[in-house]
Design a binder for this molecule. Structure first.
Ligand SMILES: Nc1ncnc2c1ncn2[C@@H]1O[C@H](COP(=O)(O)OP(=O)(O)OP(=O)(O)O)[C@@H](O)[C@H]1O
Length: 319
């Protein structure tokens, strides 16, 4: 659906995307994550042809985007919906008129427009607001209108640029649930840009981490969070505070074993005590994953390591 190879993008002499390689499959919910200025929006805008790229290949729906002529680009963009942080609704138009706008521009007849807009307002839960104006709606409702509008031309892909960044956590969750429903019921691929890790954990099946235009992580979301490498830890701002005495061991629980009693079994089996330094469990994309850090005496290190090696589990000694 989207295939990017060795993509480089410059603004003037400044390289803002460096050697980007990735594939997004049909039906994926794919997150592009990074701090401010990382190049997330630029990458999203390259995908729908709003930005040019100078080197490499970017194929969307079997089209090399930079080769599209103006007329082809309009047809191409018809199949890509987009939503934004600040909703981009027209204040003087009603909810119905806002949603209808793309179809009017493309010259659909009134009865087709009415049916489509009514169906979409039903899908996003706003049938009773069709005559309201944007200023009469909450932030979450405005984003629902924007989502309905983005779906009017039956896109294959929905691009979301920080669509939940202006919303409170509960409203964010309700919008993410709506996006999941759209992904599942309409089989629309969703590519979302966000700086919020919670958004990634709640919705994305795969995520790309960008830093200064470089890919520093690209994986299935659970795997990115389950055992983050040094770059990812730095990115997440997870500085590990651990005791300076003894040996600190971090044990990762993948999705299928988060509830197993590995730690207590180990204590019983080896007949040793150890301190639990810290640990956490969290829900990522409906799976529970987690990790725990234990502190043991130096003399117990070999015993514990030998035990852990017999288990099908990831672990590391923290330096
Ligand atoms: N039109 C432009 N002209 C020149 N430089 C630009 C332009 N747009 C973005 N940039 C620069 O490109 C880099 C990437 O910007 P981009 O907006 O893609 O980052 P981002 O990760 O989306 O950040 P944010 O989360 O703050 O929106 C930044 O250094 C930015 O200053």
């Amino acid at each position: 659906m989207v295939e990017i190879k060795n993509l480089n993008k410059y603004y003037g002499d400044v390289k803002v995307l460096n050697d980007i390689n990735l594939t997004i499959d049909k039906g994926d919910i794919f997150a592009i994550v990074g701090h401010s200025g990382a190049g997330k929006s630029t990458l999203l805008r390259c995908i729908n042809g709003l930005e040019e790229y100078q080197e490499g290949s970017l194929i969307v729906n079997n089209h090399e985007v930079k080769n599209l002529k103006k007329k082809e680009l309009n047809e191409f963009r018809k199949k890509i919906g987009m939503i934004f942080q600040h909703f981009s609704l027209l204040q003087r138009k009603t909810v119905f008129e806002n949603v209808a706008l793309p179809m009017e521009i493309w010259g659909y007849d009134d009865s087709t427009i009415k049916k489509k807009v009514d169906d979409l307002l039903h899908l996003v839960g706003l049938s009773n607001k069709s005559k309201s104006y944007p200023k009469e709606l909450s932030g979450g409702q405005k984003q629902r209108v924007a989502i309905a509008r983005a779906l009017t031309l039956d896109p294959d892909i929905l691009l979301s640029d920080e669509a939940t960044s202006a919303l409170d956590p509960n409203t964010t969750t309700s919008i993410l649930n709506l996006l999941k429903k759209i992904n599942q019921e309409l089989n629309i691929t969703i590519i979302l840009v966000t700086h919020e890790m919670e958004v990634v954990k709640q919705i994305a099946q795969k995520a790309l981490l960008l830093e200064f235009g470089n890919i520093i992580g690209l994986d299935v979301t659970e795997d990115l969070f389950l055992q983050p490498d040094e770059k990812m830890k730095h990115f997440l701002g997870e500085d590990e505070v651990v005791p300076t005495d003894g040996v600190n061991i971090k044990i990762y629980f993948p999705k299928d074993s988060a509830h197993q009693s590995l730690i207590t079994s180990m204590a019983r089996k080896l007949d040793i005590d150890f301190n639990i330094v810290w640990g956490k469990l969290e829900e990522i994309n409906t799976h529970i994953i987690g990790n725990i850090v234990i502190n043991i005496e130096d003399s117990q290190k070999d015993l514990v390591c030998d035990y852990l090696k017999t288990k099908d589990i990831n672990w590391e000694i923290l330096k």
